[in-house]
Every structure is written in C-alpha cells, then in structure tokens.
Ligand binder design. Structure first.
Ligand code: GLC
Length: 734
C-alpha cells in the first residue's frame, strides 16, 4: 500500500493492536502444526486481546500450514494486518547443504550465495517471509556448540559470507523466490567465556569493533532487513537491553533502519541477567534500547500497555517500532497478498530440484577438508575391496540442527554414495559401533539417539567384514546432536565406543581411511595416528553420501580449507591464527624457555591451522613479486605469484593473502587474511594469481578509536594456508 495509506492504518490502531505487532509466537497458538522448539518453552500467560493482534509467527513452515494460520488469524483480526512468517533457515530448507562451518571451508562466497538462493526459492514457496540467517558470529572456541552454524574464525571471510548470504536470500525481494534476511546474533555471541553456551562475553572495545562487529556490518551494508539481538552481555549489559549496541552503533552509526528482533525469550531474560527487577522493567529497558519484537514471551504483550498508559515510557518508542514492522510487511506486499509466495502446488516443483541437488553435491565436495593422506592412500580405485564401517556408514541423519524442513527421502547415505562409485561386489558395509557411549548426556535430545545395536556384537561383525577388505573406510564422528545450540562440550574427542572401533580396526593392519563427521573442530591427534587418511566431512547434508564418495574415489578432488583452527587440545581454546604476538612469544621452533608464552604440557601449535587443507594435486608456488615497495592511498601495490599443478589431478587451490601491520598505535595481529583467490589448475599447468593491496585494506580501529591506517612497515604473506606462506615486506607512506 501507499505510504499515506500505511500511515492512516497506523493511526487507526488501538494500543493493543500496536503492541500486538511487536509480539512473535509459534504457529501453534493458531493451529496445531509442527511443534518446533528452539528455546525454553515455558507457559506463556499472554492476554488473548494481544494474541489476536500479534505481528509475526516463529517457525511455521509449509504452504498449507502458513495459509491456514494466516487465514485463521485474519478471520479474527479487526484491521486485517497480515502476519509475518519467520523461520530458522540456516544452510538450506528442503535441500540441506553442509553446515555453515563446512560452507565456510569452501572459501567460495559465490558458491555460498547460490545455496542461499536455493534456500530462498524453496522456503518462499512454503510461505516463509524471513529467515533468521546468516549467523555470522565470529568463533574462536571449538567448545561452543554453535561453531557449526558460523563461518569460522576470520573477520574478512565472515564478512564476505555475510554479504553473499544476504544477497542470495533477498535477490530483488520478489515474492516468488526471495526471503528477507535477518542477520544474527548481534553481537559477539560466539565468544562466551569457556565456550559455554549463553555465558558472559568479555572483550575490549577494540576487539569488539575490529574483530567481531564487521561481519554484522557487512550484512547491514548488503541490505538485510532485520537484526537479531544475542543472549549475551557485552561489557555487563545484555545486548537486548543495550542502548549502546542497538541505538548508538546499529542505528546511529551504521544507519540501520530495519527491524530489531530479540532472540527467543531474551527480553524476559533481562530479569535473569539481573538488569531488570520484573517484566515491566524488562519491557521498558528493551523497547527503549531499540528492540522492536519480543520473541516468544509475554513481556511486551502484558506490560507495554500499562507502561504507555502510565506515561512510564514515551509513546514514540512504541510507535517507531510498530512502524518498522508495518513497513516490513508493506515492503513484502503482504497487505495486497497475505500469502505472498505460499503455493502448495508449486512446492512439489520448486523443492529439491535436480539443480538444487547438484549444488548440494558440489558444496559437499568443496566443503570437505583433507586433513591427512599418508602415502596417497586416497583416492581409492573402484575395484578395491572396501569395508565401509561405522555409525555414519548407512544413515540419513546427515543434516545438523536447524534442518527442520529437510526432505529426508532425498538424503543420500554413504552406503548409497559408495555403491554408486565402487565396482559391483567390491563394497561391504557394517555399522561397527553405536554413535554414543551409553552414559553420554544430550539433555532433552538424548531421546533422539535411539541406538539398537549391541557394541560387542556390532564390533565383531565389523571385524569379520573388514578382514575380507583391502581398505577400511571408517565413517565416524560426533553425533549431530552433540553440537548446535546448547551443544557446548568440554572434551572434543570421539565417543569412547568409536575410538575402540578405530583401534580394533587398526589391529587388522590394513589401510584405514577415516571420514570424520562433526559440527566443530575435534581433537584429531589420536584419530589421525590410527588413520592413513582423514577427510573432515562436517555434517554434510542432503548430498553427503554421494559427495563424500566421489571425493574418496577421486571422481572429485578435495579442495576445502579450514575456516577454523583445529586445536591440539581443549586447553588451547580459544585458539585462532590472527592472534597478537605478546611480549614473550615462543620461538618458531616451538621450544621456549620457562618465561615465554607457552604451556608446560602441550605445544602452542594447533593440530591444524586456519586455511589448511590438502588436495590430491601437488601445488608448487613460485616466488611472489611486488610491483613496488611503497604503498600510498593513491598508489596501490600489485603482488603476483605463480602456482604450478605438478600432479596428474586437476584441482582447485585457494591462494591466501595475509598482511601484518608490524607496528601500530595498538598491538596488531601477527597476520590477518586480506584476500583469497580460488583457482582451478589442470595437471602440469601454471597459473598466475594477482592481488591488489590498497591502503583501505590496512585500516583498523586505532588507539584513539578512529578507523584508519597508519604509515609504517608491513609484512605480506602468500600461500596455501595461514602458515605455509612466503613473506614479503612493503611500506605504507602517508
Ligand atoms: C534460538 C536461537 C536463534 C533462533 C531463535 C528462533 O534460541 O538462538 O538463533 O533464530 O531461537 O528459533
């Protein structure tokens, strides 16, 4: 509708109708549909006068469900203001892609953009308007369960992905195939102390501004229409109630004019945090801070009315929030068509198309990271007798948390994938062990993991199968419910029952290829010691079985690069490549005196560094060349390097450019990723890769909190990961 019509509608609203627009509930307040719980479900004593006027619905999906809820709601809504339907669509909808940490390991923002485009088309036809994605929380601690949902530890990479995902979802915001993007969780939710879910976040302002905020800013710059507040505090104030974060930074400095929605129950949790005495105070604090929508609590519903009527809060806070929600609905054309893209007939055509499944396979192939390949045991020849063993060998549960809508019938198991690639009769499969030890706690999720096999019997059967084989392929790893929200773990090891399987297989003295499934970096030292090859498969989604099989048989060539450091031990967490030097760094050899920054009992060096990943190809880097030594704002530097593929396998290589600002007004990281170039090189072919170094790449939040570069000496690193690099030096002049 026209602006003036929207204004007239707004002016006609009663107080309850206004407040209702700021409340989000699950769909089963209006109709029995999928009971998807993504937060604490406590009884919500919400006034029915508000329920009939709420503004949006959480996690109701499916064209028929959405149409049914919208119809029921509008039949009882005096001003005919349609509901917004919002859902968690993180890494795919019906076609599910690898978890975000896997997608992050493709180092391919354009590919990731395509996954968002597919997810948007599939979800829009199923009636969803807004996705609570991308999640771009920077992560440095593998103990945190939601690292699986992030794009890793690097600010530059996270920002590239943030932009790609927002553009991929929103397209031109046409009704048929676009989704409105809600970036989350603002801000720094990925840095809880101890990696413990929902824990306090403590960091200096410069770390927040330099490392953690840029990815959210990239999403806002790309045009995301909503921002979700995070559960955590920053500097002692829960973000959902923080004027500094929401009004000063997000709205005033960044110019964000969209809707700010609280995470599930976060408005009410202001009381639990201890910054609000009761729900009335929580309502006041959150609305004045700039939080527009209260998700799944009755705080706004039951207390904004009394606050306004008693003049305890200025009415403009309410009116501004309501107008932002109405503007979003109007932008989506909901007043003209409350059902927007929802179309039961089209769902069957749009969901899991051949193209979507092909893209799913490509993302599996490009997200897996080859961690070890001793004596080139991989790729396997199809005629080799293979024993595919392990709890992941024949399961369709290959999609992580947040894959509520996955079409399970389209998920390809490893057994199916290997059968498609192996010579007839060369493959035998056996589960080998349950996923979990009997005493493993998963809280409410443990009931999801019904294990019917007997560990002793299954091990015995697996050994019989393995004895007949030439190569043992072990499909093992974390259960999908051991990561995700509420999935923090103090020990990042495989379940004992699976380690027992691995060690028993090793006794057979046959080559062992380990396919490792997890939602996070695990401690892989022992797994690698017992394996000849290890392929990190993350949680691969719909095309998991076929994508991984094609990598194992060399139909595809691994090219993934770690978007997050793999720690040597849990005690190293948080660990990340772009750390500060400290005043007493340990020597390059790793051997230090007592009085250096090191541990007595483990090395500083991680198991695998950021950017690491092997290939079947052998890439030989030439010497990097600079076209000049002095960089100035008007005079960028060109750097080039040749890469030769010395092998018989064509493959993708991601050339990485890092820069170190050697001296600054504040300490600077030992290196920071500033460029990536993904190139496909045929056998015996050489390609030249070029990067342009511009002054703006060197800007940061300085000692006086201004954002600028500082003249001086810089080091430049080019190579295949954050450690295997060649170093050059250049100067930034005024
Ligand atoms: C959850 C998550 C958030 C999600 C929301 C709605 O608690 O923290 O990422 O979007 O609730 O399901």
């Amino acid at each position: 509708m026209e602006k003036f019509e929207l204004q007239e509608l707004f002016e006609s609203l009663t107080l309850n109708e206004k407040i209702g627009q700021l409340v989000q509930l699950k769909g089963n307040f209006f109709s029995e549909n999928t009971e998807i719980n993504t937060g604490p479900i406590k009884k919500i004593n919400i006034d029915q006068k508000i329920v009939k006027n709420i503004g949006s619905i959480l996690n109701t999906m499916g064209a028929e469900s959405v149409i049914s809820v919208q119809k029921k709601y509008l039949a009882n809504n005096d001003k005919q203001i349609p509901l917004l339907f919002m859902a968690d669509i993180i890494n795919g909808f019906r076609t599910v892609f690898p978890i975000s940490l896997g997608l992050g390991s493709t180092f391919d923002p354009d590919l990731i953009k395509q996954t968002a485009q597919v997810a948007a088309s599939e979800a829009a036809v199923s009636g969803v308007h807004v996705t609570f994605s991308p999640m771009v929380d920077l992560v440095r601690d593998a103990r945190w369960g939601r690292v699986m949902e992030s794009y890793g530890e690097d600010t530059y990479l996270n920002s590239l992905y943030a932009k790609s995902m927002v553009e991929g979802y929103q397209k031109d915001l046409s009704p048929e195939n676009s989704l409105v993007s809600c970036v989350k969780h603002f801000a720094a939710y990925g840095a809880p102390i101890g990696g413990r879910e929902y824990n306090t976040v403590e960091m200096g302002e410069r770390t927040l501004l330099n490392d953690y905020l840029p990815s959210y800013y990239a999403a806002v710059e790309a045009g995301c229409q909503l921002v979700m507040t995070s559960f955590n505090t920053i500097d002692g104030i829960p973000v959902t109630g923080s004027k500094k974060m929401l009004r000063e930074i997000l709205r005033k400095e960044w110019g964000f004019e969209g809707v700010i929605i609280a995470d599930h129950s976060a408005v009410k949790e202001l009381i639990t945090h201890g910054v609000a005495t009761d729900e009335q105070e929580a309502a006041k604090m959150a609305l004045e801070a700039g939080c527009d929508i209260d998700m799944m609590t009755a705080v706004y519903a039951n207390f904004l009315g009394p606050l306004i009527e008693s003049n305890s809060i200025e009415a403009h806070y309410l009116d501004e929030a309501v107008m932002r929600v109405l503007n979003l609905k109007n932008m989506l054309g909901l007043f003209e068509n409350p059902f927007r893209g929802a179309n039961p007939a089209k769902e069957k055509i749009v969901h899991t198309t051949t193209e979507a499944l092909a893209l799913a396979k490509e993302t599996v192939i490009k997200s897996c990271v080859l961690l070890k390949n001793e004596n080139s045991v991989l790729p396997l020849k199809p005629e080799k007798k293979i024993a595919l063993i392990g709890p992941y060998s024949n399961t369709r549960k290959l999609s992580g948390m947040w894959s509520f809508a996955v079409d399970q019938s389209k998920v390809v198991t490893l057994k199916e994938g290997f059968t498609a690639c192996a010579s007839p009769g060369s493959l035998r499969v056996s589960e080998g062990s349950p996923f979990l030890d009997a005493d493993t706690e998963l809280d409410g999720f443990r009931s999801n993991v019904v294990e019917s096999i007997d560990p002793i019997v299954s091990l015995k059967e697996a050994l019989e199968v393995a004895k007949e084989s030439d190569v043992i392929v072990l499909a093992i790893g974390e259960h999908v419910d051991q990561s995700g929200e509420g999935g923090s773990r103090a020990y990042l090891r495989l379940p004992e029952v699976q380690m027992k399987l691995l060690k028993a297989m090793k006794e057979l003295n046959k080559p062992i290829v380990t396919l490792l499934f997890s939602g996070r970096p695990l401690i892989v030292n022992e797994i690698e010691a017992y394996s000849d090859a290890v392929l990190q498969c993350w949680i691969p989604g719909t095309a998991g079985g076929i994508g991984i099989a094609e990598l194992v048989y060399g139909i595809a060539n691994p090219s993934g690069k770690l978007a997050m450091t793999f720690p040597f031990a849990e005690g190293q967490c948080p660990i990340y490549y772009n750390h500060f030097n400290t005043g007493r760094p340990v020597s390059k050899s790793g051997v230090g005196t007592r009085f250096t920054s090191r541990y007595l009992d483990i090395p500083n060096h991680p198991a695998h560094v950021f950017g690491y990943g092997l290939s079947y190809s052998r890439f030989i880097y030439g010497k990097p060349q600079l076209d000049k030594l002095n960089l100035s704002p008007s005079n960028p530097i060109e750097v080039s390097i040749s890469v030769l593929n010395e092998s018989l396998y064509a493959g993708w290589e991601t050339v990485q450019l890092y820069i170190c600002d050697c001296v600054g007004s504040v300490v600077r990281p030992v290196k920071e990723l500033k460029g990536i170039e993904k190139i496909y090189i045929n056998p015996q072919e050489t390609k030249i890769v070029r990067f342009t170094i511009e002054e703006k790449m060197l800007r940061f939040i300085r000692g006086d909190l201004t954002f600028a570069s500082e003249p001086g000496v810089f080091k430049l690193y080019l190579g295949t990961d954050s450690e295997k690099v060649q170093e050059l030096e250049f100067y930034l002049t005024k």
